[in-house]
Design a protein around this ligand. Structure first.
Ligand code: IMP
Length: 430
């Protein structure tokens, strides 16, 4: 039986929601392995819109187990609210359908405050985060002072953990001009939320390994995108987790050998939210057109996304770092009607031609794209369900993308509707 990892191959917002939903129907277990409620996944099922941030997409489908792995950072208050919202939409969430790893770090209110204070502090240090405390919580995790789900079960441990975190955070807050954390108020709100979270707590690594042995299909649902990876992304303009496929193993507790297929989600053009380098960014009418036609506004923060041409260099790079077996190409229809299309095939830096994005931030910022031009198409590709429905130039575009990124198209998505999908390779096929 196959286990599939889905990751974004660009800067997030590649349209993972629809693909993950499509695949989750075939899966028995859907697991999140990194990120937190900075993610925004919109699912449309039978006309109902579900907006998920922290919950795995499988939660809206009956008969699946949804798992929040240890690689995630979890805001317990947000989780409870999110569960209440989807319950209000008729979705059943129980400890049988949702499990949270006992070793998952908790995002506490002071993480969000620190995130926002830093972002507001000076323009030089601004990353353009979602302000949800993701970075500060991961810092505490590696700093060995985070509070984890299991700590909620024992009051003495909880107090100890809180005190340890406060020593660090109160010193930091004093430097930022923020008031001291109210220890008692924090402890009492943690005690209050504890039972709401503990009922879902489980040794996820064990459950997943048992499920895997029993022949269940596991879908590992990535959030954000590979170019926001803390190691391989456009550092420091990245998120604070590993977003590439290898994290599916460490972020849940399965061995890397259990991953059978890595599917990269790739948008037919490029977008980015927040600060940071973006070699193919367009500040002109073409960029506006991509943004308008593609409805490129952030689902979490509502920010307008920056738009640009497809960057094959970057996607080739992320296909390599995640070991993609295939890609799902999304939003091809947004390119309908362009006279010509540009695809970035290399960079120029100080008179030299590069076939990858350099690591140094100053060099990244100075790279200029080398473009290849491809003929556009005037026909609509929206809703196409077979190759025969696609104009010849659209097929040429897709084939050229495959060649340039060195990875085949497994799926092609031609509208937000789940059935508007062309299947080439089923990632779950044995
Ligand atoms: P953080 O994850 O809130 O720390 O934000 C760090 C960077 O990642 C910022 O540029 C955000 O805009 C970006 N980011 C975080 N989550 C998402 C997402 O789900 N989609 C796209 N960009 C994201």
């Amino acid at each position: 039986m196959a286990n599939v990892v889905v990751v974004g191959a660009q800067w997030g917002d590649e349209g993972k929601g629809k693909i993950v939903d499509w695949l989750s129907e075939r899966a028995d277990v859907v697991a999140r392995f990194q990120g937190g409620h900075n993610a925004g996944h919109t699912l449309v099922i039978d006309g109902t819109i579900y907006k998920l941030n922290a919950l795995p997409s499988g939660v809206v489908r009956g008969g699946k187990l949804s798992v929040i792995g240890n690689g995630v950072v979890l805001d317990p208050w947000h989780l409870v609210k999110e569960i209440e919202t989807i319950r209000g939409q008729g979705v059943e969430v129980t400890p049988e359908t949702l499990m949270v790893a006992e070793n998952t770090p908790l995002i506490l209110p002071f993480h969000g405050e620190l995130d926002r204070a830093r972002e507001g502090q000076n323009a030089m240090a601004k990353i353009g985060t979602t302000g949800r405390g993701i970075g500060p919580c991961y810092e505490d995790k590696v700093g060995r002072r985070v509070i984890r789900v299991a700590d909620l079960a024992d009051d003495a441990t909880l107090e100890l953990r809180v005190d340890r975190a406060l020593v660090h955070h109160n010193a930091l807050r004093a430097g930022l001009g923020l008031p001291e954390i109210d220890r008692d108020a924090l402890l009492s709100s943690l005690r209050e939320i504890a039972p709401e979270i503990l009922k879902y707590a489980a040794p996820v690594w064990k459950v997943l390994n048992e499920k895997r042995r029993a022949g269940n299909r596991i879908l590992f649902e990535g959030a954000q995108g590979a170019l926001l990876d803390i190691d391989f992304g456009t550092y420091p303009f990245v998120t604070s987790s590993n977003t590439i496929a290898g994290q599916a193993a460490t972020g849940t507790g399965i061995g890397p050998g259990s991953i059978d297929f890595v599917l990269g989600i790739v948008k037919a053009y490029t977008t980015r939210v927040g600060e940071g380098p973006f070699p193919t960014e367009l500040d002109d009418a073409d960029g506006e057109r991509l943004g308008t036609r593609g409805r490129e506004f952030g689902t979490v923060t509502g920010r307008k996304r920056r738009c640009g041409w497809f960057d094959a260099v970057l996607v080739r790079q992320t296909c390599a770092t995640s070991g993609m077996n295939g890609i799902a190409l999304t939003k091809l229809d947004v390119l309908d009607g362009f006279e010509t299309l540009k695809v970035c095939v290399g960079y120029e830096l100080d008179g030299e031609r590069l076939d990858h994005l350099p690591t140094a931030a100053d060099q990244q910022a100075r790279c200029t794209p080398v473009y290849e031009e491809l003929p556009g198409w005037q026909e609509s590709t929206e809703g196409a369900r077979s190759w025969a429905d696609l104009p010849a130039n659209a097929i040429k575009y897709v084939r050229r993308v495959e060649e340039l990124i060195d990875c085949p198209v497994a799926l092609l998505s031609t509208s937000p509707e789940r059935d508007d999908t062309i299947l080439v390779t089923d990632p779950f096929a044995d």
